[in-house]
Design a protein around this ligand. Structure first.
Ligand code: C2E
Ligand code: MG
Length: 427
């Protein structure tokens, strides 16, 4: 009991630590190599939340079996808790052997798992650290394998990564970035850019998406792709998101007051903001303070908001809808269980992810997916918008399919409020 995990019967954290310490002593004495692999299932939390813990537990047991089948004499696979497994490979002679085993693990996950009539396709992300190059002691090796695993996840799932010292350098940079981010809000270094949304039937601008930028005093304009993920991890997105909403609503109302035809403002909301019980009140208050009518506001959400408590999230979305605010589902088509959320979320619009659009002329599969999404949206009486439109061909393709709206560099990139004012003046 003290050394084994009750659910999977694999060695637990303490037994792994013992074996790792022993294996390290052995490797040191004999000047041998050793690999530590951090294996994490992709989407385990979603599966657990949507299908229940019983299925989640069965999945972990089956995963444990598949891992055990790959082991050779002397290898150890341990479960660290949750969906995290550690593989200890003493006696490997070169890094390529570790890569080969990582590859085998990814392959072993390819056949679907079946439980109570559910077919589950599960992938994993793997991080690898080697003794002696990536650490001399157990703690360092485990930490570095973990860092490498996160990098593997970032690179898209079903992937493995070897640890590199550069990963730690980025951890340090991230720390600096995080401290600077908090100060940046106080120093008013954030700005909102606006990208026009076009109604395809008339070619007119009907609205704009608010996209935050960081105007760094030395580094210049920093893209949200660089800092939004970090703000989500640290929770800073809650303050930043509120500021962005307030600023964009104020600007939108100012354009209305200046006599421009009323436009629909779209603001991105992070999943993390949906963990705030007072999100709805915060939004209501911002609308009241800025005087923007709720029916001119659209909130862009992604499916990841359902990663926490689906019931709670759906309630919040319903309240927002009752207030007259529209909900748009962003990045549609790339995530995990899109179709079930279409039924549960009170949506107004689907936004097609730009990855499909980029190769419609060369990839018939992408063209088919876009056609399907538009047909699906229309049969569910949802509005549909395509983002990342860059060429005339893409636009023609979308028009032919009666896609309602579009957004992309073809019409114009995100621009500052001043530039957007000039765009509106030109009509
Ligand atoms: P998103 O919501 O998917 O926004 C669309 C991104 O696509 C924007 O990147 C935009 O500049 C870019 N884009 C627009 N047209 C084209 C095109 O034709 N081709 C290509 N390749 N890209 C195009 P941006 O502004 O860097 O924003 C990145 C992401 O950061 C956003 O993705 C959104 O998820 C997040 N973000 C930005 N502002 C906020 C915010 O205020 N709150 C939250 N929570 N997230 C934000
Ligand atoms: Mg968006």
């Amino acid at each position: 009991m003290a050394y084994h995990d009750a659910l999977t019967d694999l060695p637990n954290c303490s037994l792994l630590n013992d074996r790792l310490t022993q294996a390290l002593a052995h490797a040191r004495r004999n000047k041998q190599m050793l690999a530590v692999m951090f294996i994490d299932l992709d989407w385990f939390k979603t599966i657990n939340d949507t299908l229940g813990h019983a299925i989640g537990d069965q999945l972990l047991q089956s995963v444990a079996k598949r891992l055990v089948n790959l082991l050779r004499e002397g290898d150890t696979v341990a479960r660290m808790g949750g969906d995290e497994f550690i593989l200890l490979l003493p006696g490997i002679t070169q890094a390529e052997s570790a890569a080969k085993i990582a590859y085998k693990i990814l392959e072993a996950f390819k056949p679907s798992f079946y439980f109570n009539g559910h077919e589950l396709h599960v992938t994993s992300s793997i991080g690898i650290a080697l003794y002696l190059t990536d650490g001399e002691d157990a703690e360092t090796l485990l930490k570095n394998a973990d860092t490498a695993m996160y990098r593997a996840k970032e690179q898209g799932q079903s992937n493995y990564q070897f640890y590199t010292p550069a990963m730690n350098a980025t951890a340090f940079e991230r720390l600096i970035l995080e401290n600077n981010l908090r100060r940046a809000l106080e120093r008013k270094e954030f700005v909102i850019y606006y990208q026009p949304k076009i109604l395809l039937s008339t070619g007119q601008i009907t609205g704009m998406e608010a996209l935050v930028r960081w105007q760094h005093p030395e580094l210049g304009l920093i893209s949200p792709a660089k800092f939004i993920p970090l703000t989500e991890e640290t929770g800073f997105i809650v303050s930043l998101g509120e500021w962005a909403l307030h600023t964009a609503c104020t600007q939108s109302k100012a354009w209305q007051n200046a006599g421009f035809p009323p436009l629909d403002l779209a603001v991105n909301l992070s999943a993390r903001q949906f963990q705030q019980p007072d999100l709805v009140e915060m939004i209501a208050q911002v609308l009241e303070e800025t005087g923007l009518a709720p029916y001119h506001l659209e909130l862009e959400i992604t499916e990841s908001i359902a990663m926490q408590n689906v019931e709670f999230t759906v309630k919040m979305l319903r309240k927002l809808k009752e207030m007259g605010i529209r909900i748009l589902l962003d990045d549609f088509g790339i995530d995990y269980s899109s179709l079930s959320y279409l039924k549960r979320f009170p949506l107004h619009t689907l936004k097609i992810d730009q990855s499909f659009l980029h190769d419609i002329t060369t990839n018939s599969y992408s063209a088919m997916i876009i056609t399907l999404i538009i047909t699906l949206a229309h049969s569910l009486k949802l509005n549909v918008i395509a983002k990342g439109v860059e060429t005339k061909e893409q636009l023609d393709f979308l028009k032919q399919l009666h896609c309602n709206e579009a957004q992309g560099y073809y019409f114009g990139p995100p621009i500052s409020a001043e530039e957007f004012t000039r765009l509106l003046q030109k009509g």
